[in-house]
Design a protein around this ligand. Structure first.
Ligand SMILES: [Zn+2]
Length: 262
């Protein structure tokens, strides 16, 4: 696979021991402070998940990417949110190898790796099993763009991946999940559509920061809920007319955007 993100190789990532050695040897612990900073960002973003009602138990995970050393901080696997601490976050490189941290990283880490490698510019990824988004993912259907709330955020349906083949399921499952997402973006811009449903599983969202990735998960859940309710009220509801989609998307995202304060 060709990796689209330019991976920074001029600075090898130290192990915890190596990074500590740098404290004593030259006092310049750029990496340690960067690790600490992205661990805090990842922790804060992860803690927004139970607070926003998007997850229960240990469901979900958020990661925060650090461009300079091409690594990211992610939630440890299976640790409940009420005891999760910033220092529990795990730092991994883009191959999923642990470079700092004592716990096992989220089991979805390799999916995050695939997205960071192939979607340059994104600095945060969020995965949840939020109820309404999962309902669409389980129905294996994209979320149709039915109203202006949806069009305020993206000008297309929320895409849904193809169902994974048996061969992919037996293979490197989490990496294959990432590849399913890439496939869904063959003809879509990941900068304009920062969310996807993995068929039979659930949503992944991303953005310029971990916080933005969580924001997008909250938006996605609302869009999923509104679409289901709309189709309950009127099963024959159709796609919002193109002029309204364009008006709402462009006033927030176009070159002449005028929504919000300057
Ligand atoms: Zn999942």
């Amino acid at each position: 696979m060709n990796f689209a993100r330019k991976i920074n190789k001029n600075s090898e990532i130290n192990s915890d021991k190596g990074a500590l050695a740098c404290i004593y040897e030259n006092g310049d612990c750029d990496k340690m402070s960067l690790y600490k900073s992205i661990k805090e960002k990842a922790w804060e973003a992860n803690m927004q998940l139970p607070a926003s009602g998007l997850v229960v138990h240990t469901f979900g995970n958020v990661s925060a990417f650090e461009e300079k050393h091409s690594c990211f901080a992610i939630k440890p696997s299976g640790v409940p949110y009420n005891i999760l601490k910033p220092e529990d976050m795990i730092i991994v490189d883009l191959e999923g190898k642990i470079v700092s941290g004592k716990l096992r990283p989220s089991s979805d880490t390799k999916t995050h790796c695939v997205l960071y490698k192939n979607f340059p510019g994104i600095n945060g990824i969020c995965h949840t099993h939020s109820t309404y988004a999962v309902a669409w993912a389980q129905a294996m259907q994209p979320i149709p763009i039915l109203g202006t709330t949806h069009a305020d955020h993206l000008a297309t349906d929320v895409p849904c991946t193809e169902v994974m083949t048996d061969q992919s399921i037996r293979g490197d499952y989490e990496e294959e999940t990432g590849k399913q997402i890439l496939q869904a973006f063959n003809k879509l811009s990941y900068n304009e559509v920062e969310m996807v449903l993995v068929a039979g599983h659930g949503p992944f969202t991303w953005g310029a920061s971990a916080e933005k990735a969580v924001y997008n998960s909250i938006v996605l859940e609302e869009l999923a809920k509104m679409a289901i309710l709309t189709l309950q009220v009127s099963p024959g509801s159709t796609r919002l007319k193109e002029a309204l989609i364009k008006k709402h998307y462009d006033r927030k995202h176009g070159s002449n955007a005028y929504y919000g304060q300057k």
